[in-house]
Design a protein around this ligand. Structure first.
Ligand code: ZN
Length: 494
């Protein structure tokens, strides 16, 4: 943690808070913003922002961090045009993460001018297991250490077709289950920090109350993390006796107790999201995963132990059920996803003060599926405009690895509801850039004295005018020059 003055920043006006028209200086002391104004007196270090834009640090309110660490650790080999190019990416990764085996994916060597050899992969990788899976999944380029680990005959060419298919399920034996080491978590959080993220809600399954303290002690300490508990490990968390918002025992100040998570219905994909009316072509209505009584018990337990609840509800029947129990128990917390709602649900959420934790990037992926499964109700999907206008607190997230841990992608999807050259999907439900960004700052508006010094410094104005397409394109490629958590620099390209 350090004290400094950030010189010459433009404050981005958010959540209805005013912002000065001209660039100002921002003083950070003891992990907080203490002063904002023109030409602040010198004192401590200075950071020259040169007119860049300053926003509160971004939050991803729904992440499965272990799964995301695992997925994002796969070395991306798509687009490589030669053996040399693929080897260069392997070398870079080896230098970045010296203790983690490498699983790569996505090369298309059929188009290369020559085929890869094990000898040259050995030369760059040495004793570290490396398995590079081709983009079509039909072969793997495996180094000698990994070949031995997989009990395959040594060779100089790739392992392909049935020999490869047989060995694939045993991959974990050499590369470990484990992109989930503290190192992998730290690397993943560094990537998030580079996008301006300062906090996230980790809703990974099967988390024990000791997981984060151990991880943090081993060096995975960078961003604010709220740790969610599920009913199966709830007793351990209850024994630890921490209310939502308190530091998790054994952790530093950044890692705190999050909500109690319940999965109350299924998903659109599998047609298990619980709806008030049938899916198309007699597909049934989906079904609840939990009875109203079960849900009520969980919410009452949450109340007793001062825990917020996070209720996964995708279909409108599940949303309705959750809201009924929020009302009956007075529980505090959020509905996760709220993918299909009625206007009445939106108003009820506002009245009860239930947060909507939504993942706008999913609408890009689910657009076509929704048109085929729910053709009669597409106007009520990802109804961000209703929620915003009715006064519901919106909290954007990714549900990574379902969509990438990238708040700019979520913000852009909320602004322009299309990922291709089609017109936006139900643009009447879109948000403005200011609204979407304001839903990504964990409730904080324009940077002001008293805020924690969780800050992101942007190279461009996130609220620059333009068509929704122009705005979304700019938002998706937003460059973050620096990120601070509690006054500590966690990412810098200044
Ligand atoms: Zn999730």
């Amino acid at each position: 943690m350090s004290d400094f003055v950030l010189r010459d920043v433009r404050l981005v006006p958010l959540r209805g808070d005013p912002a000065p028209a001209e660039p100002v200086d921002v003083r950070v002391a003891d992990g907080h913003v203490t002063e904002v104004g023109p030409s602040l007196a010198v004192g401590g270090a200075e950071v020259r922002a040169e007119g860049r834009w300053l926003v509160p640090g971004l939050w991803d309110q729904h992440v499965h961090l272990g799964q995301w660490a695992l997925a994002s650790l796969r070395l991306d080999l798509t687009g490589t045009r030669s053996v040399e190019e693929a080897l260069a990416r392997v070398s870079t990764r080896l230098a970045e993460l010296p203790d983690v085996p490498i699983v790569g994916w996505g090369h298309r060597s059929a188009g290369w001018d020559r085929q890869p050899t094990v000898r040259e992969l050995d030369e760059v990788s040495g004793i570290r297991p490396v398995v590079l899976i081709s983009g079509d999944g039909h072969h793997a380029w495996i180094n000698t250490v990994a070949l031995r680990g997989l009990r395959l005959p040594e060779r100089d060419g790739v392992v392909s077709e049935s020999e490869w298919f047989k060995v694939y399920p045993r991959l974990a034996e050499v590369v470990g289950a484990d992109g989930t080491s503290p190192d992998a978590y730290l690397h993943t959080m560094q990537q998030a920090a580079a996008k301006g993220v300062t906090g996230l809600v980790d809703l990974e399954f099967d988390q024990g109350v000791r997981d984060w303290p151990e991880r943090e002690a081993a060096g995975a300490e960078l961003l604010r993390v709220r740790v969610g508990a599920y009913v199966d490990t709830l007793d351990d968390f209850l024994r630890a006796g921490v209310p939502t918002g308190a530091s998790l025992p054994g952790c530093g100040p950044l890692v705190t107790m999050g909500p109690l998570k319940v999965i109350s219905d299924g998903s659109l994909n599998t047609r298990t999201a619980w709806c008030c009316s049938e899916y198309s072509r007699g597909g049934g209505t989906g079904a609840p995963n939990i009875t109203s009584e079960g849900l009520r018990n969980v919410m009452e337990a949450g109340n007793r132990h001062h825990l917020e609840v996070a209720i996964h509800a995708i279909g409108d029947a599940a949303v309705e059920q959750a809201l009924k129990e929020f009302e009956a128990t007075g529980a505090r917390g959020s509905i996760e996803h709220a993918q299909l709602i009625s206007r009445e649900d939106s108003r009820t959420m506002a009245r009860l003060g239930v947060r909507a934790s939504v993942q706008p990037a999913h609408l890009l992926d689910d657009r076509d599926l929704t048109e085929s499964f729910w053709p009669d109700r597409t106007d009520r999907c990802f109804a961000l405009r209703w929620l915003h206008d009715d006064g519901v607190e919106l909290a954007l997230g990714s549900d990574a690895p379902v969509s990438p841990l990238d708040p700019w992608l979520a913000i852009a999807a909320a602004v322009h509801r299309s990922a291709d050259d089609r017109d936006p999907w139900h643009p009447e439900q879109s948000l403005t850039p200011a609204e979407a960004l304001g839903a990504s700052t964990d409730g904080r508006g324009t940077v002001a004295p008293g805020h924690p010094a969780d800050l992101a410094l942007l190279d461009a104005d996130p609220l620059a005018p333009g068509s929704s397409l122009e705005q979304a394109t700019a938002l998706r490629s937003m460059h973050v020059a620096a990120t601070w958590v509690a006054g500590s620099l966690v990412h810098s390209e200044l």
